[in-house]
Design a protein. Structure first.
Length: 344
């Protein structure tokens, strides 16, 4: 089968001809219909995130048809439409048993620790294949399994409830999903903090309150707009110490800041005045849980989570096209997602 592989860190991905994976009794073989190209893939290629074994077929945002099922897989059959949960976990360790399987002691990330979806076929455990309703196109089914799933996990970690106000720092792929999901939870006022004019305009057209961080301190702007109260929940999706601090400072009493963006910078907080006397919480967010995915898929099925055609770009399963897409991701400022649709 055709696959596009990372063979050397820092080099372009390459076209490869590899065997169709042999499935075990608990696995399914999926004919890939769509595979999202993610910022993380650019990080793997650049060596920012460690890859243990090369060559590797990238791609952790995958949807397609079940081609073949192993003998122990009871809930799926050939021909089923599915999307893929990208964390393969052992199901036996203490974290798995407690339902916190993203910390599984034997976790493998599809498209990083094992071959992913930049290929005609992918092998995954049956437990990682989730039914994809007919209403959800494959391209959408693929991309919701990463940034949208993380956005939902962030809202869950922040214990976000109906009627609560929210400030979303960063309106890229994560923010685009987070705002829609906050709406799906019946949020109160939603503020989107950005410095990019086009993204601010895009957030405003969806009814969010656009906060231009270049115009004035976003914390002050949010405080003024909320009559000094601050918001209930803030999501930091950018990955900078400055915006993380702003996410904490714009909270009202009992507010929760969920930090999703990655940074190696240190953040400074004044414990008494900025944390303790308001009982605010700072919460780290990593990946998502399999149990969250049915809710996410239902939001996409019912149209509460949407990706209009102008937010999706399609390339073929072709190393040159995928390399170009990975290059453009490195300095992309829009929330357009690129999806590989393999030609038959
Ligand atoms: Zn991703
Ligand atoms: Zn485990």
């Amino acid at each position: 089968m055709r696959a596009v592989q990372l063979t050397q860190i820092g080099e372009p991905v390459e076209d490869a001809d590899v065997p169709i994976p042999e499935i075990g009794p608990a696995d399914v073989l999926i004919r890939v219909a769509a595979a999202g190209i993610c910022h993380s893939d650019a990080h793997y290629r650049a060596g920012i995130s460690q890859i243990d074994s090369l060559p590797l077929t990238l791609g952790h945002e995958v949807a397609g048809h079940v081609e073949k099922v192993g003998a122990q897989v009871a809930n799926l059959a050939a021909g089923d439409r599915v999307c893929v949960h990208y964390l393969v976990t052992c199901g036996r360790c203490d974290f798995c048993k407690r339902g916190q399987e993203q910390f599984c002691r034997h976790v493998q990330m599809i498209g990083k620790d094992r071959d992913g979806g930049y290929a005609e076929f992918i092998k995954v455990p049956g437990a990682n294949a989730f039914p994809l309703p007919d209403e959800i196109p494959f391209d959408v089914g693929a991309i919701i399994m990463c940034s949208s799933a993380t956005a939902l996990h962030a809202l869950n970690k922040a214990r976000f409830k109906a009627g609560e106000s929210i400030a979303i720092f960063g309106f890229g792929g994560l923010g685009f999903s987070a705002l829609q999901l906050a709406r799906a939870f019946d949020c109160g006022e939603a503020y989107v903090v950005e410095i990019n004019r086009a993204k601010l305009a895009s957030a405003a057209t969806t009814g969010a309150i656009a906060v231009d961080a270049r115009a004035a301190d976003p914390v002050q702007q949010i405080k003024e707009a909320t009559a000094g109260r601050g918001v209930d929940v803030a999501l930091e999706l950018i990955g900078s110490a400055k915006t993380m601090r702003q996410a904490v400072l714009c909270l009202g009493a009992l507010g929760r800041a969920a930090l999703v963006g990655l940074t190696a910078e240190s953040m400074s907080i004044h414990p008494y005045t900025e944390l303790i006397n308001k009982e605010v919480e700072i919460i780290g967010v990593s990946d998502h849980l399999a149990t969250e995915l049915p809710t996410l898929i239902e939001f996409a099925r019912s149209g509460k989570l949407q990706f209009p055609p102008e937010t999706l770009r399609v390339v073929d399963l072709d190393a040159a096209q995928i390399s170009a897409a990975l290059d453009s991701l490195q300095d992309s400022i829009d929330h357009v997602r690129t999806v590989i649709i393999p030609k038959a």
